[in-house]
Design a protein around this ligand. Sequence first.
Ligand code: AMP
Length: 229
Amino acid sequence: MRIVLLGAPGSGKGTQSQLLVKAHGIPQISTGDLLREAVAKGTELGLRAKAAMDSGKLVDDATVLGMIRERLGRPDAAKGFILDGFPRNIAQAEALAALLKELGTPLDAVVLMNLDLGVLFKRLTGRRICQVCGRVFNVYTSPPGAAAHSKECGDAHRLVQRPDDKEEVIGKRLEVYEAQTKPLIKYYEGAGLLRIVDADADVDTVFKSIEHAVRDRTAGGVSPKTLNP
Ligand code: AMP
């Protein structure tokens, strides 16, 4: 299975990717995670990317494409992959198509996680990540107290907020999504690859909708006319 999860920041791409990884045994390729890793390690690429990331802007295409080319070339990606947060604009989508053509591994589907803007905002401002076990919580919808204990932390999670989840940066990220990433909906609709799922549901329901949308070529979930935001 070779798919792209498309959707605004906060639409649940990361959470659903992890479930798809478990179900299908293929890797999640998240450009956001790869970039954060590079920033944390202080590599040259990380230093280059940090300013754009901190301000909610896109990292330049050449940097991201170099990273994707390297990642898709690794052996574990040969049996399939879930692209999470890539492509983010038309130039990246075209470069991806060219790269996959070269590799002889075209995409099976692009799944749009459709969600209302108000819900996105709450998800992003409420998101907290445990520094120790890596689990993702939300102070509004899934606080750590309500979740099962984790092996590493018990109940003593050390929660941090991603710097780009702060309110002042979220506005910029949603603006960037609107201007640069949203045109990909039409692009992939034109290519006959788009599947739309309602992402405003609990994690398991959304997962089932994605599985259904990927399996069934005619599944649309909701009509493009009712798209949010
Ligand atoms: P994410 O975790 O996907 O929300 O990404 C966090 C940040 O990493 C974004 O706000 C961008 O600054 C950067 N980033 C992630 N993926 C891309 C991409 N495909 N192209 C450009 N920048 C990206």
